[in-house]
Write a protein that binds this ligand. Structure first.
Ligand code: DI6
Ligand code: FE
Length: 396
């Protein structure tokens, strides 16, 4: 006897062909039966009529910076008057202005801000959201933001330590000393408190060098933590190849990645995470190497990159549309980018990302005529239900 079954459903499992008249059952929070309706002969304690809705795996947003305080609307105005993102960062605005606001906020304030932001993801059927630190930069605030991420409710949260996001004001001109501090103090302290699922860095001219990034990765390895990287977003520092060399779960952004970097990702089995929100919001023109990623068979994930400076985007659906219109991904690729490949970018492919027997019963119901509509429509939200661990009232 299964706990619950959804009948009269259309299923996009993201692991096989579409099922136009399907049934999906859940037991103990996992998918306990899935297939054609006519083959469903078992019993369930609760029977739900999906009324012809499409069921897809719950979306996985594998790259966000959700926990922060303050607003950067003013910088948006400056950029519209001609200032560049890099100029604003060099003048002490940018990430550092969010760091000041985040340091000043209490843990309770940060939690209430982030939980409120998260509502948009819940409304669009998200199951998993990755959340990075990186707006604290001192030890206490990095730990504070990661604790907040762990306290968020309604989705499964994966935390990523991003202490090497920017050089804090108190280390001005002493980047290597700051990397020492991250390697010796902040990262080990965060890991000891079990606040870290993965380790990331911002490898960029305006942030940290490949050598500094490699030092962080060595510490992550010693602590037994997987790595990911903000790679080649604004310039090609060989970030993708560096991530691949360290067996990264993913390399993210990749606008400036050369073909050799793509080949390295293919060899290491790392996922390419594309972030069309930042591309759009910074009005970038250099496209990530989509054709090469396809040619070399690198799995492509998508994410919102939600952050206050370069991608104030809170909608997975809009990110999918942007990936199609700006990067020319197909709707099927966009859907895979927020499900099966995103799961892999977080190392959770054995439990999430597809609708298959034994995986988490985390899925969403959509009132649409075909799955492609999710990537096609702009500004609509046809989500009519969200199930988490088999539970249709997934409040916490
Ligand atoms: N890359 C980005 O685009 C964001 N962080 C990063 O490493 C920008 C974050 C910000 O501007 O606050
Ligand atoms: Fe980012």
């Amino acid at each position: 006897m299964h706990d619950a079954v959804w009948l009269n459903a259309r299923l996009a499992t993201m692991a096989g062909p579409l099922i136009r008249d399907g049934a999906l059952a859940a037991t103990d929070g996992r998918i306990s039966w899935i297939g054609e309706r006519r083959e469903w002969k078992e019993g369930a304690r609760a029977e739900h009529d999906a009324q012809g809705a499409w069921i897809l795996p719950g979306f996985i947003d594998c790259h966000t910076h959700l926990v922060y305080a303050g607003s950067r609307a003013h910088e948006f105005e400056l950029r519209l008057q001609g200032a560049s993102y890099e100029e604003i960062a060099k003048a002490g605005g940018g990430i550092l202005s969010t760091v000041r606001a985040t340091r000043a906020a209490s843990q309770a304030e940060l939690l209430s801000l982030a939980q409120r932001r998260l509502r948009s993801w819940l409304a669009e059927g998200a199951a998993v959201v990755e959340v990075k630190s990186g707006y604290g930069l001192d030890r206490d605030t990095e730990l504070k933001t990661l604790r907040v991420a762990r306290q968020l409710t309604g989705v499964t949260v994966k935390t990523t330590f991003l202490g090497a996001h920017a050089l804090p004001e108190e280390y001005k001109g002493r980047a290597d000393a700051y990397i020492d501090f991250v390697c010796d103090e902040t990262l080990p302290a965060a890991a000891a408190e079990k606040l870290v699922d993965a380790v990331d860095a911002f490898c960029e001219r305006i942030a940290f060098s490949p050598q500094q990034t490699a030092r962080i990765f060595e510490v992550a390895k010693r602590l037994g933590l997987p790595v990911k990287l903000h790679a080649d977003q604004l310039s090609d520092l060989g970030g993708a190849a560096l991530a691949a060399k360290h067996g990264a779960l993913s390399a993210d952004h990749l606008e400036y990645t050369a073909e050799s970097g793509v080949e390295a990702l293919a060899r290491s089995g790392s996922v390419a995470v594309l972030l069309p929100g930042a591309f759009y919001f910074l009005r970038e023109t250099r496209l990530p190497p989509i054709a090469a990623l396809r040619r070399h068979g690198v799995p492509i994930a998508l994410a919102t990159d939600h952050n206050p400076g370069s991608s104030p985007l809170s909608s997975p659906l809009l990110a999918m549309n942007m990936a199609c219109t700006l990067f020319r991904l197909t709707p099927v690729e966009a859907l895979a980018g927020f499900t099966v490949h995103a799961a892999r970018a977080l190392g959770m492919q054995s439990s999430h990302g597809t609708l298959e027997l034994g995986k988490a019963a985390d899925f969403a119901l959509w009132e649409i005529a075909s799955p492609a509509e999710l990537a096609y429509a702009i500004g609509a939200n046809p989500c009519v239900g969200r199930i988490r661990a088999g539970n249709s009232d997934p409040g916490s």
